[in-house]
Design a binder for this molecule. Sequence first.
Ligand code: NAG
Ligand code: NAG
Ligand code: NAG
Length: 318
Amino acid sequence: METKWWVLAMAVAVTMAIMGIADGDSSTPTVVKIVKGKKVCDKGWECKGLSKYCCNDTISDYFQTYQFENLFSKRNTPVAHAVGFWDYKSFITAAAEYQPHGFGTTGGKLTGMKEVAAFLGHVGSKTSCGYGVATGGPLAWGLCYNKEMSPSQSYCDDSFKYTYPCTPGVEYYGRGAIPIYWNYNYGATGEALKVDLLSHPEYVEQNATLAFQAAVWRWMTPVKKSQPSAHDVFVGNWKPTKNDTMENRVPGFGTTMNVLYGDNVCGQGDVDSMNNMVSHYLYYLDLMGVGREEAGPHDKLSCAEQKAFNPSSTTSSS
Ligand SMILES: *[C@@H]1O[C@H](CO)[C@@H](O)[C@H](O)[C@H]1NC(C)=O
Ligand SMILES: *[C@@H]1O[C@H](CO)[C@@H](O)[C@H](O)[C@H]1NC(C)=O
Ligand SMILES: *[C@@H]1O[C@H](CO)[C@@H](O)[C@H](O)[C@H]1NC(C)=O
């Protein structure tokens, strides 16, 4: 008798949660449970799997099609180089896989919006064909490319021949939303996404969902095990050590560039490649209605004075 009552009570509790009583206006019903004293949720396709992050707003709650169109307003003009390729749905589909792990869902709506602006700031800058006098301004041209146009080499590094051997006849030039270069990077990304990118790097320039997925994976994953991901340094999961502080690495947007590009971009003073990413981030904060003043002080935005997490193996400053 006792067990029956317990089962019934559970059923009622779960049903109420499924009906979305826990959160007011969201269109997707949210399942809410308490596991080991902690609240966890499942919001259907966009945030699946009983995670604490799924109890918060998801990206499509605060970032909608028209905003994507505003951010990347020139990508389908005739002079762009990937007309018809990139769209909102691909981004949201790709992001959905990482939202239960905190992508865009950590720390509440404002932090989520800032993280999406930061991630897309990297993407916009890396895929832009904007230049000083471009119509709409240089920042309106993100997602203009989905691949490197005139690769000067095939980016095959033979020192990885036992782990990520190059496929004969295949080229590993830059492709994607945060472009992937080199056989070893295609190999590692493919392994993580369970797609054979070492044999078929071209999939990345044929499938926008995959291209965004690879970029979000890169954002969410440390380059080396002992290090933070770009996501961690941005949302504040990462606590700098004494060394980090001495080398000017502080939580924020600047350090995301350090994680992803090291001394190609950081510790070089006020270089264009860095300023261009910062400008895209600030522009997107404005367009999303967050406002660039939310980005914080200059030393968090910049990595001009930071030492790289992973200094290039070559000691030259080429
Ligand atoms: C969810 O959002 C709230 C603020 O609305 C925030 O305090 C909390 O940390 C967020 N949850 C997670 C897991 O980040
Ligand atoms: C594109 O990539 C996604 C994510 O990896 C995959 O689910 C989908 O099937 C792919 N689409 C095509 C047409 O191959
Ligand atoms: C701190 O930096 C020094 C000098 O670069 C290095 O030798 C040391 O291993 C670092 N310590 C940690 C904990 O990373």
